[in-house]
Ligand binder design. Structure first.
Ligand code: ADP
Ligand code: 5SP
Length: 478
């Protein structure tokens, strides 16, 4: 029995699954936490990966490994292969002004959408490089190569790291899905735009070679059999591969980020910026709308109410749909879709009748889901068919989320058995690399799924839409 491993190095943690390459059966798994914050030393991801691999029983009997991970994070390497500074993550908004500057310099939002599939927001890597050029010019000048979290971990697994030098930097590899979230990769030409990298960073740099969807990378230095490393993927593309999304299917992921995404046959170029036109992990495209505020809205509300996740869910289900007019606009971390990096969250419609823990819990779940429902509408506006919704990510473990989502989205929701779909997609890719077949292995990781229906509640979205613009700016922003 050949075994493959899939890794998800996500915002909050690292997960490893080991699966049977032929059947997809789960053999074992492991995990470890990541540090908090939007600026993280990449070494912390490497340490967490070692812990998660050990927790999963090691890789000694594994023949292929792929790494999926949080997208966009800026990992800068100097000529020796040393990390120049801590990585800025996808949810770090300090490069919001850099995004505006770059948009202006290229000729406006549509120019970026046409060039890269996406209008720049602070999440995209090129804006972080421009911030580095402006705020830390000495660090920018030292940058010899730029990688993403999954690229860097693949490189470390291959035995490279500090001291690898120019020869080592030349061994960096990535895949289309993660390259497409940088702001210097073109879906039209299927290649890098080094001119846009230079526009951001101020000079050219080595970029990871983009492997095809089932192309073998280097061999791993970790694991007795020196497993082959796959190209890896951005987390959302890996999840799409795990679910085996077909036309009409839309994945709704509730992790640190809230993401709606779909696999399409042609790229999108949404000049409004609501939908980013990324690539997927199978050779196609992955238009996607991403919010900065999803599972942590639930975490924060549970904390405010002094309950755990189960308690929050129970409370939310006690209140009526619409929470008697109480609306939570969930911009706790600023927001990316819509682009409001300096916004704060807000609670509207407070009355004596709705100031109860149950109403607040309900408003938190509904507000977070309404932001995702706006993302589903934005996908539709790009011509993406929306027929089946798949609900995944840590937030999908909440019963309230599962039961309220169909009413807010106005569609049934398919909830696959809770699992690690990003790591599973990476494992499926690893099995594909191992087989060398034209198509990925027939198995998908989705297992059994529950279909949840609900009475459509358009009033919930109407009352959200009426107040979502009414938010204050962060006090530390002038
Ligand atoms: N039962 C639950 N109800 C609501 N949220 C949950 C539940 N279980 C986990 N979470 C939340 O899900 C998040 C982790 O999900 P995950 O998809 O792994 O995130 P990420 O990929 O961003 O690291 C955490 O914020 C966690 O508190
Ligand atoms: O920025 C995006 C997608 O564009 C996020 O989806 C990140 O990729 C982080 O994902 P999670 O760790 O929250 O799952």
């Amino acid at each position: 029995m050949a075994l493959v491993a899939g890794i998800d190095s996500s915002t909050q943690s690292c997960k490893v699954v080991v699966r049977d390459a032929a059947t997809g059966a789960l053999v074992r798994s492991g995990r470890a936490s990541h540090p908090d914050g939007t600026e993280v030393a990449p070494a912390a991801w490497w340490d967490a990966l070692q812990t998660a691999i050990a927790d999963a029983g090691g890789l000694d009997d594994v023949d292929a490994v792929s790494v999926g991970g949080q997208q966009h994070g800026m990992v800068t390497l100097d000529e020796q292969g040393e990390v120049v500074r801590d990585a800025l993550l996808w949810n770090d908004t300090r490069s919001a002004q850099a995004a505006l500057d770059l948009i202006d310099e290229l000729g406006g939002p549509q120019a970026w959408a046409d060039a890269t599939g996406s209008v720049l927001v602070a999440s995209l890597t090129v804006t972080k490089l421009r911030w580095l050029r402006d705020a830390e010019p000495e660090n920018a000048a030292r940058v010899a190569a730029v990688a993403l979290p999954h690229d860097w971990l693949t490189w470390r697994l291959a035995g490279h790291g500090p001291g690898s030098g120019a020869a080592g930097l030349a061994e960096l590899v990535t895949d289309r899905s993660d390259a497409s979230g940088t702001g210097y990769w073109s879906p039209q030409t299927d290649g890098y735009r080094h001119d846009l990298l230079e526009l951001g960073l101020g000079h050219d740099a080595v970029l990871p070679r983009v492997l095809g969807p089932r192309e073998a990378g280097p061999r791993s230095a970790t694991g007795a059999r020196r497993p082959v490393l796959g190209p890896g993927a951005g987390d959302n593309a890996a999840a799409a591969l795990a679910l085996g999304l077909r036309p009409g299917d839309v994945a709704v992921s509730i992790g640190t980020s809230g993401v709606v995404s779909a696999v399409t046959g042609s790229p999108t170029a949404d000049g409004s910026g609501l939908v980013t036109g990324f690539a997927d992990a199978s050779g196609h495209y992955l238009p996607l709308a991403c919010t900065l505020n999803a599972s942590r809205v639930l975490d924060a509300t549970a904390r405010m109410l002094g309950v755990d996740h189960a308690g929050l869910s129970a409370l939310a289900l006690q209140a009526p749909a619409g929470a008697d007019g109480l609306v939570l606009v969930p911009y706790l971390e600023g927001e990316r879709t819509p682009n409001k990096p300096d916004a704060t969250g807000a609670l509207h419609g407070l009355r004596l009748a709705n100031t109860t823990p149950a109403h607040l819990a309900r408003a938190a779940v509904e507000g977070m889901l309404c932001a995702l429902a706006d993302g589903i509408d934005a996908l539709r506006a790009q011509g993406v068919a929306v027929e089946r919704l798949f609900l995944i990510g840590g937030g999908a473990r909440s019963e309230a989320v599962r039961r309220i989502a169909p009413s807010v989205f106005g569609l049934d929701v398919v909830v696959p058995t809770p699992g690690e779909y990003v790591a599973d997609g990476a494992a499926r890719q690893a099995a594909w690399v191992l087989s060398g077949d034209d198509e990925p292995p027939a198995w998908s990781a989705a297992g059994s799924a529950e279909v949840v229906s609900g009475e459509p509640a358009p009033r919930v979205r109407e009352q959200y839409a009426a107040v979502r613009e009414l938010t204050a700016t962060r006090p530390d922003v002038t």
